[in-house]
Design a protein around this ligand. Structure first.
Ligand SMILES: Nc1nc2c(ncn2[C@@H]2O[C@H](COP(=O)(O)OP(=O)(O)OP(=O)(O)O)[C@@H](O)[C@H]2O)c(=O)[nH]1
Ligand SMILES: [Mg+2]
Length: 325
């Protein structure tokens, strides 16, 4: 088993051979790996985390594979996580396949991992956040996360990422899917992919108009860039837009705002999951809870008031040690 100390030593020696194994252990929520991650956490916060999202089949995986080519050509290291890759709807190729097609699998400046969101609750698997922290801690300066953009996932990716790249493609005659999905509200950059196909210019115009109408931008205009994932056309502009956004986040103070939002979302999601796990694990031994349950059973207290009393206890200053002791 890899200990936090082992990992730190190896990382300081630039030895990342333990990384895939540690990533698997973290993904499987191995207790010792999670402790290693806790120890590594202070090293995080250096990476630019880019959430790549958009409708099924828009070309996210293809685009990421093409973008990797440019990132590596600039000798930059990059990690890619794909959550629930290849939706059954589009039948698109999984990200790993795309990257192998580009013959980059042997390149140790690239770390690629696909994660299924099987059995995990809360839209985008919050397990992804842990892998992001791991990759950040071991020094990947750029981390791309592919996820199909629907409802909850869109909001989660916006909490997790510093930069949200929404990948759109010319619609099948029914307008632009991202406008309907509400994804544009979280977009920092929009790629209109499949720009080789008819309707791409219309899609760009439609998107531009939609941004002019709404969407808080904090004084920044959202770039809308044509791309062709299958040829790599538009990739240098896309990478430049990602770098520009990173610089803007730092200058505008928005990075701190986003990090705060992300920390809050992750802690609250973790709290919900931990509560669920704890409640499923068996009877709660707390005398306060037993007392409340007894009162509900005797019709002395309504279930709603019992729950309220428990939730209020979370705010009590007298509830014991502070967290992290
Ligand atoms: N013509 C054209 N086809 C493209 C382009 N980019 C991707 N495709 C094709 O679109 C299909 C879907 O591409 P993927 O990269 O798998 O799309 P995705 O968004 O990752 O799909 P899911 O992960 O399943 O949601 C594939 O057949 C790609 O070859 C492009 O720029 N132009
Ligand atoms: Mg994909």
């Amino acid at each position: 088993v890899v200990t936090a100390g082992d990992v730190l030593l190896r990382i300081q020696g630039s030895d990342l051979r333990a990384l895939p194994r540690l990533a698997t252990l973290v993904e499987n929520e191995d207790p010792r790996a999670l402790e290693a991650l806790d120890a590594l956490f202070p090293l995080t916060g250096q990476a630019q985390v880019v959430g790549v999202t958009g409708p099924p089949g828009a070309g996210k995986s293809t685009l990421i594979a093409a973008l990797l080519g440019h990132v590596r050509a600039a000798s930059r290291r990059v990690a890619v996580l794909a959550v629930d890759p290849s939706s059954p709807i589009s039948g698109g190729a999984v990200l790993g396949d795309r990257i192998r097609m580009m013959d980059r699998h042997a390149d140790d400046g690239v770390f690629v991992r696909s994660m299924a969101s099987r059995g995990r609750q809360g839209g985008l698997a919050w397990a992804t956040a842990r892998l992001v922290h791991l990759l950040d801690a071991v020094g990947y300066p750029l981390i791309l996360i592919e996820t199909v953009g629907t409802g909850q996932d869109g909001t989660d990716i916006a909490s997790l990422a510093d930069t949200v790249l929404v990948v759109e493609s010319p619609g099948l005659g029914d307008g632009v899917q991202a406008i309907k999905s509400g994804l544009l509200e979280v977009a920092d950059i929009v790629a209109v992919n499949k720009a080789d196909q008819p309707g791409a210019e219309d899609a760009q115009r439609l998107l531009r108009a939609s941004f002019n109408l709404a969407h808080p931008s904090h004084g920044r205009s959202v770039p809308i860039l044509p791309t062709v994932g299958i040829t790599g056309s538009g990739m240098s502009e896309l990478l430049a837009a990602i770098d520009d956004h990173a610089a803007w986040l730092a200058e505008s103070g928005q990075r701190a705002v986003r990090r705060e939002r992300g920390a809050r979302a992750e802690v609250l999601a973790g709290l919900r999951a931990a509560l669920d796990r704890r409640l499923e694990a068996g009877p709660v031994r707390s005398p306060e809870l037993a007392d409340l349950i007894g009162r509900v059973a005797r019709r002395d207290l309504s279930p709603r008031r019992a729950v309220n009393a428990l939730v209020v206890a979370l705010d009590s200053p007298a509830s014991g040690r502070s967290i992290g002791d």
